[in-house]
Design a protein around this ligand. Structure first.
Ligand code: CO
Length: 133
């Protein structure tokens, strides 16, 4: 089993502040980390739930991949991040079985993590992120 934990469920929203307030006021969630990931064109807020996170994300510029995604699909669940011990090994396992990936090699994610995205096309419709802490 390559997954060690669900790291985060990422939810794309148009209004990050309003979404944070909703999770705070409704469910008592606390923001543990915020980050502007300039190269991906996203701003994110991580709300801790036990040992996992809700990751609220919003486009930081109109030409970012998340902005384009939201033009078509609107708000809602964007991807699931699974924690792995070794991102490169997990990515190799996906590729060696002939499945499509978005990142050909692991790269830096937010919070100092190492990540790689697996293509939804051969993953039954879910964009999967492999997250190594
Ligand atoms: Co993510």
């Amino acid at each position: 089993m390559l997954f060690t934990e669900i790291d985060h469920v990422a939810i794309a929203v148009f209004d990050l502040e309003a979404a944070i307030k909703y999770y705070q006021d409704t469910f008592g969630c606390e923001v543990e980390h915020r980050e502007l990931v300039e190269k991906d064109g996203v701003e994110e807020a991580l709300l801790k739930v036990a040992d996992s996170y809700i990751q609220l994300l919003t486009p930081s510029r109109p030409d970012s991949p998340v902005a384009k995604y939201m033009e078509k699909k609107g708000e809602g669940i964007h991807h699931v991040g699974y924690r792995v011990a070794d991102c490169a090994a997990a990515l190799d396992a996906v590729k060696s079985q002939g499945h499509k990936v978005i990142d050909d090699a692991p790269r830096p994610g937010s919070r100092g993590t190492t990540v790689a995205f697996v293509h939804p096309k051969t993953a039954f419709g879910t964009l999967i992120e492999l997250v190594q802490e």
